[in-house]
Design a binder for this molecule. Structure first.
Ligand code: DQQ
Length: 539
């Protein structure tokens, strides 16, 4: 089926055409945020990978720039793959990226690149270090499972470190290299961390977080009051997993706070369609920002027909959640609020069991920023016998439980035969404890046939005295959903065919059988963030 123009987003970053995957080397320089990305300039499917390049002053309005790097050297002739930027104390910028050397052996090496002219705010020209590669696969490592160097951090011994992902048998690992000059590197003994059974670790990310949750930290910060997050993108299941732990900077070992929730077997950065994420420290606003790649969930034929594939998430601010002490909080960067147009408020909407309430926002419901709070009568819950103990976002939103689901229906048509429920579900155990789930159901998001239909989601901590709360960004075919201030996040890539343009609606629903819910909702329509080529005559 033809996937037409309405599938494009209005304020998410995506190239004008063709294929995009991982975000690469995000950085802030001379007033501009730079985003690079894995890009195929020739086709809407993966291949011939270059670094696309775009700049923005506010992380929302982007200007496309010429390609930053293309596969033109023996050390990256089969693809300029993923990498990261480091800003050195003297302002120098270095990029380390993976080069795929050839199609047959597919040996992966790590290469150095830097701006030809650091005083160019647009960083248009990039120099590949003539001595590349700077790192080749070490003995014992499969040469085609060795990639995606991180941003470097400065160690207590006065030298730099980077880490990158690999595997040994089925254990996913993160190797650490030491350098003083970014041209020569020494592999350190052992690994930063490894987890049996998790397979190849792609796009490792490693960064400090402030334990008091107050602010983002530059990558080299360590000491009391700091924990470290380790993230890996699991090639085996295409999800991004992270854990919070402690980094021993003398021995270059990282230990998870909770070994049962280790990298790859515990928390996911996002429970929806989200992969190969990468964070950077924004020295401009002193925050850590995360990007993630939203891949398509339609068929390759559809992508070829529509001429493009993939979108990036709205960049997210990351802090440590000092209330739970177990997870990070992700939240859309504040600049997204500059797109807010008219606001409609709905106070104290009573949702009896089995009800659906339309939210009339005086306009189209395809570009929205929604905040919703749900008050649930806990007395009722506590009086009930144990119920839905095994619920885990497995059932669709049409399946009724005692204490859920309740939430929003976004990108719904009037007939309610195309819709995407974003919802909470309370499961109560025999011992009286409550488990709260946050889910997104895309089993009815599209009438198209060749698209993924499934329910995403996971548990979300809801602390004493907190209401259930969600923030949802709707953008035509992307829904980014944040529960409890960003403790659990779900990105949905959907393909509405009816709930498009003026026909898209927004509803509240409560499909629980036993519990009354009161909802308070704010809805803003969001302006488009037109993304243009940078005016060529100014380059
Ligand atoms: N994508 C890149 C690799 C990385 C993978 C190639 C993750 O460097 O491991 O396009 O999506």
């Amino acid at each position: 089926e033809a996937m037409l123009a309405w599938q494009r987003t209005a304020y998410h970053f995506q190239p004008e055409k063709n294929w995009m995957n991982d975000p690469d080397g995000p950085l802030f320089h001379m007033g501009w945020y730079h985003l690079f990305y894995q890009y195929n300039p020739d086709s809407a499917i993966w291949g011939n990978i270059t670094w696309g390049h775009a700049v923005s002053t506010d992380l929302i309005h982007w200007l496309y720039l010429p390609l930053a790097m293309v596969p033109d050297s023996w050390f990256d002739i089969n693809g300029v793959w993923t990498g990261s930027a480091t800003i050195l104390p003297d302002g120098q910028i270095v990029i380390l990226y993976t080069g795929d050397t050839d199609t047959v052996d597919a040996v992966q090496v790590q290469n150095l690149a830097y701006p030809a002219n650091l005083s160019d705010p647009l960083l248009l020209d990039w120099v590949k270090y003539p001595g590349n590669p700077v790192i080749v696969p070490p003995p014992g490592i499969n040469s085609s499972e060795f990639r995606d160097p991180t941003t470097a951090w400065f160690g207590p011994d006065g030298t730099w470190r980077i880490t990158l992902g690999s595997k040994v048998n089925t254990t996913g690992i993160s190797l650490v290299y030491q350098t003083t000059n970014f041209t020569s590197y020494e592999l350190l003994d052992g690994v930063l961390h490894g987890v049996p059974g998790t397979g190849m670790w792609e796009c490792v990310d490693f960064y400090p977080v402030a334990i008091d949750g107050s602010t983002g930290l530059d990558t080299s910060v360590n000491g009391p009051g700091v924990k470290h997050v380790l993230k890996a993108s699991l090639d085996d299941n295409k999800h991004d997993y992270y854990a919070v732990g402690t980094y021993d900077a003398v021995n270059d070992r990282w230990t998870p706070d909770n070994p049962e929730e280790d990298v790859g077997i515990g928390l996911r950065v996002d429970y929806g369609r989200f992969y190969a994420s990468k964070s950077f420290y924004d020295q401009n606003k002193k925050r850590r920002i995360l990007w993630g790649w939203i891949a398509e969930t339609d068929s390759e034929d559809d992508d070829i027909e529509k001429g493009w594939a993939s979108v990036q998430t709205i960049p997210r601010t990351i802090v440590f959640d000092n209330k739970t002490g177990t997870n990070i909080l992700q939240w859309p960067v504040e600049e997204i609020e500059s797109l807010r147009l008219n606001k409609t408020e709905f106070q104290g909407i009573e949702l009896a069991p089995g009800s659906i309430v339309p939210l009339d926002i005086n306009g189209t419901a395809t570009q929205l920023d929604i905040t919703a709070e749900f008050e649930v009568d806990t007395e009722t819950i506590l009086d009930l016998d144990a119920t839905d103990v095994s619920y885990n976002c497995s059932g669709a939103a049409a399946e009724r439980g005692t204490l859920g689901p309740f939430g929003l229906l976004v990108l719904a048509n009037d007939a309610l035969d195309e819709l995407t429920p974003i919802y909470f579900y309370i499961a109560k155990a025999t011992d009286g404890t409550l488990k709260n789930f946050f889910c997104a159901d895309k089993t009815r998001s599209s009438m198209a046939t060749s698209v993924e239909r499934r329910v995403y989601g996971s548990e979300v901590p809801v602390l004493d005295g907190e209401n259930f709360s969600m923030r949802v960004l709707v953008d035509h075919s992307i829904v980014e959903s944040f529960a409890q201030g960003g403790r659990t996040v779900i990105t949905s890539r959907i393909y509405p065919t009816q709930a498009i343009y003026g026909a898209a609606r927004l509803f509240l629903f409560n499909n629980a059988t036993q519990v009354n819910v009161t909802a308070t909702v704010n809805v803003w329509q969001l302006n488009s963030a037109f993304i243009h080529p940078y005016p060529l005559d100014q380059i």
